[in-house]
Design a protein around this ligand. Structure first.
Ligand code: PLP
Length: 302
């Protein structure tokens, strides 16, 4: 056992775990293996710890920001919690803007790390409204927006860590990479790294169906498409219904002992569809965060 110099050093290096029951006999007969990358094991509880650390550290290295500055971000939750953690470690003031319909656990975690929250009315436009307000506050000189949707240091985190970890953990055997899409940082960075190692790897993006609310992920309207998104890195898209993601989140916990969030379960739904149409595949999906972040929504009570 080694000692870490800072909590920052515990970000990444998350486990990759084989599913035992949910893939079923059919997947076994096809020679398919489905593996879960447990990003909820990061110190602030999600895949976003990697992006938050990367965006703040690199901005600091470029001299764009320095400790004591105020940072502003529009976030659906996990990025906010991760940024609040990194801001606490490195000595920044953090203002987080989020729609008021997001779960209570998320808000409480951000304030625990010392961030200031601004809640925007979900009925007035949700994340789009929050993103516009962040830009307006920056224009008014109230702080610096890192803008995870346009910041190349977001996917860069995954080019440098998540991608290489998966390549090593599967000993280069990964055939399919499945991720839910929010800012698209995870799928862009990890997908592009893996395809640079083996161009035959298939990158699959999970998106919510029209009218489905799955926290953290979106099918963005054209004018709000994240600037870091490059369509050429996603080979296949899977559309996920909220009800099937929620049901799968309950199964993932009860049948596999993996307590993940709803978007993670959506990625698993996509991974199972991939498994049903392929053979001899090593399919990795991202478990973005932990299920306890969603307890107050009641989704695990059914
Ligand atoms: C719960 C959850 N799932 C999925 C994602 C998508 O990750 P990315 O923004 O890297 O596409 C996020 C992003 O915030 C998230 O919070």
């Amino acid at each position: 056992m080694s000692t870490y110099q800072t909590i920052e050093d515990t970000i990444g290096g998350t486990p990759l775990v084989r599913l035992q029951r949910i893939p079923g006999q059919e997947a076994t007969d096809r020679g398919n293996v489905i593996l879960a990358k447990l990003e909820g094991n990061n110190p602030a509880g999600s895949v976003k710890d990697r992006a938050a650390m990367s965006m703040i550290r690199r901005a600091e290295e470029r001299g764009d920001i320095r400790p004591g500055d105020t940072l502003i971000e529009a976030t659906s939750g996990n990025t906010g919690i991760a940024l609040a953690m990194v801001a606490a470690i490195r000595g920044y003031k953090m203002i987080l803007i989020m729609p008021d319909n997001l779960s209570l656990e998320r808000r409480a975690s951000m304030t625990a790390y010392g961030a200031q929250l601004i809640l925007t009315p979900a009925k007035d436009g949700g994340m789009e409204y929050a993103r516009d307000l962040a830009m307006k506050m920056q224009a008014e000189g109230k702080g610096r927006v890192l803008d995870q949707f346009a910041n190349e240091d977001n996917p860069q985190a995954h080019i440098e860590s998540t991608g290489p970890e998966l390549w090593t953990q599967t000993q280069g055997r990964i055939t399919h990479f499945v991720s839910a899409m929010g800012t698209t940082g995870t799928i862009m960075g990890t997908g592009s790294y893996l395809r640079s190692m083996n161009p035959d790897i298939v990158v699959v993006g999970a998106q919510p169906a029209e009218g489905s609310q799955i926290p953290g992920i979106r099918k963005w309207p054209e004018e709000y498409q994240p600037r870091i998104y490059k369509p050429e890195w996603v080979n296949q898209f899977e559309t996920i219904e909220q009800s099937e993601a929620e049901q799968m989140a309950r199964r993932l916990a009860a049948e596999e002992g993996i307590f993940g969030g709803i978007s993670s379960a959506g990625a698993l739904v996509a991974a199972l569809r991939v498994s049903a149409r392929t053979e001899q595949a090593t399919i990795v999906f991202i478990v973005c965060d932990r299920g306890d972040r969603y307890l107050s929504t009641g989704v695990f009570n059914q």
